[in-house]
Design a protein around this ligand. Structure first.
Ligand SMILES: Nc1ncnc2c1ncn2[C@@H]1O[C@H](COP(=O)(O)OP(=O)(O)O)[C@@H](O)[C@H]1O
Ligand SMILES: [Mg+2]
Ligand SMILES: [Zn+2]
Length: 326
C-alpha cells in the first residue's frame, strides 16, 4: 500500500489540523465555563496536578508508593464524578468540556496505534479517485455496471474470460503484482470502461493509479520540455508516469507522432517494465497498425511484455442508443 504521495502528505496535515481544532474547541468551551462556574477551575487544577503529585510520591522514598498512587486515583475518580455533577447542575451536558473528535477510534490523528485508521484510509481512497485523473469515470463506469450481454455469441465467452482475468488482477493487486495489458479493439467496445473499473478496485486497495490519454501524456512531456512555465507542477505531473503503481495509457495512436513523443512513450513504457510497475495501454489500432506506426523498440515491448486483450463485438454506445429507441 503506497497511496499517492502528495495526497498522503496533504491528508496527514489535514488530520493534524483536525486534531488541533478539536483540542482547541474543547479548551475554549472549558475556559468559557470557568467564567460561569469558578469551582470547575479548582477541580481541573487538582486533576491536572496529578502527574506532579505522582512524581513527588515516587521521589519522596515513600515505603508504599503504589498505595499512595491508588489513593490518588481514587480521589481523581471522585473529582471527575463531582465535576460531571457540577456541569449537570448548571445545565450542561456532563461531557460538555470533553474533546469531541470526528473519529473516536483514532482521536482524529489518522492512526490507531501504529495502524492507519479506517477513516484516514477512506480519505486517501477518495483523494486517490481524484488524483487518478478519472474520478468522474470511476463513479459511472465500474465492474458493477459492466455487462457481458452486449457481446454476442463467440465474443461473449471470450470477453467473459478477459473480464474475469481483469477482475482477478484488480482484486489481488498488491505491491508485488506485475502484469501489463494491451487492450486492442474498435471504438465503443468497453476498453475505457474496463480500465476505469480496474482503476477503482486498485485505488480501493490503497494503490496509486494514474489514468491518462496518450495525447494528454505526450502533451505533458511537451509542456515540460518546451513550455514557457516549467514550474514544479509540470515536473510533478510527468514524474507520476514513472511512479504510479498502475498507469493506464488510453487511446494510444491518437497522439501526434514525432521523434519527441515517440521517445517519451518509449521511455515511460520501458522504465515501467524495468521497475516492474503495471501498465495498461489501450488502443483502437490493430496490431498491424501498431507495427506500422511505432518503432521496433516500442512494439517489441508492447507485444512481448504485455498481455493482449482483443475486444470484439458491436459498438456498445450504438447498441445502447438503439435499445433506448425501442
Ligand atoms: N460491457 C459494457 N457494459 C455496459 N456498458 C458498456 C460496456 N462496454 C462499454 N460500455 C459503455 O459504452 C460506452 C463506450 O465504452 P468505452 O469503454 O468508452 O469504449 P472504448 O474505450 O472501447 O472505445 C461507455 O459509455 C461505456 O460505459
Ligand atoms: Mg476509450
Ligand atoms: Zn479514525
Amino acid at each position: 500500500m503506497a497511496y499517492n504521495r502528495d495526497d498522503y502528505v496533504r491528508i496527514k496535515e489535514e488530520f493534524s489540523n483536525k486534531y488541533a481544532k478539536a483540542q482547541k474547541r474543547a479548551e475554549v468551551r472549558r475556559f468559557e465555563l470557568y467564567g460561569i462556574i469558578p469551582e470547575l477551575r479548582e477541580l481541573d487544577g487538582l486533576l491536572s496536578g496529578t502527574g506532579m503529585e505522582i512524581m513527588k510520591i515516587i521521589a519522596s522514598g515513600e515505603a508504599d508508593p503504589e498505595k499512595k498512587i491508588a489513593e490518588l486515583k481514587e480521589r481523581n475518580a471522585k473529582i471527575i464524578e463531582e465535576r460531571r455533577a457540577l456541569l449537570v447542575k448548571n445545565g450542561y451536558a456532563p461531557d460538555y468540556t470533553d474533546v469531541k473528535y470526528e473519529c473516536e477510534k483514532c482521536s482524529d490523528t489518522g492512526f490507531d496505534g501504529t495502524k492507519m485508521c479506517e477513516c484516514m484510509k477512506r480519505e486517501l481512497i477518495l483523494a486517490g479517485y481524484e488524483s487518478s485523473g478519472i474520478a468522474e469515470l470511476i463513479r459511472t463506469q465500474n465492474f458493477e455496471n459492466f455487462s457481458l450481454d452486449y457481446y454476442a455469441d463467440a465474443d461473449n465467452a471470450r470477453m467473459k474470460g478477459c473480464v474475469d482475468m481483469l477482475k482477478r488482477f484488480a482484486k489481488d493487486f498488491d505491491s508485488d503484482t506485475y502484469c501489463n495489458f494491451l487492450m486492442l479493439g474498435a471504438t465503443g467496445l468497453g476498453k475505457t470502461h474496463l480500465s476505469s473499473a480496474v482503476a477503482k478496485e486498485v485505488i480501493d486497495r490503497g494503490f496509486d493509479v494514474l489514468y491518462v490519454t496518450s495525447v494528454g501524456m505526450t502533451g505533458d512531456f511537451e509542456a515540460e520540455r518546451f513550455g514557457n512555465s516549467v514550474g514544479t507542477r509540470q515536473r510533478n505531473k510527468t514524474s507520476r508516469y514513472y511512479e504510479a503503481e498502475l498507469l493506464i495509457i488510453d487511446d494510444l495512436g491518437t497522439e501526434v507522432s514525432n521523434q519527441f513523443t515517440l521517445s517519451c512513450l518509449y521511455d515511460v513504457i520501458n522504465t515501467r517494465i524495468n521497475k516492474r510497475l503495471c501498465t495498461f495501454v489501450n488502443t483502437n489500432l490493430t496490431a498491424k497498425e501498431i507495427d506500422a506506426r511505432y518503432s521496433e523498440r516500442i512494439t517489441s515491448r508492447l507485444f512481448g511484455e504485455y498481455n493482449s486483450i482483443v475486444f470484439t463485438g458491436t459498438d456498445i454506445r450504438k447498441q445502447k442508443r438503439l435499445n433506448n429507441r425501442k
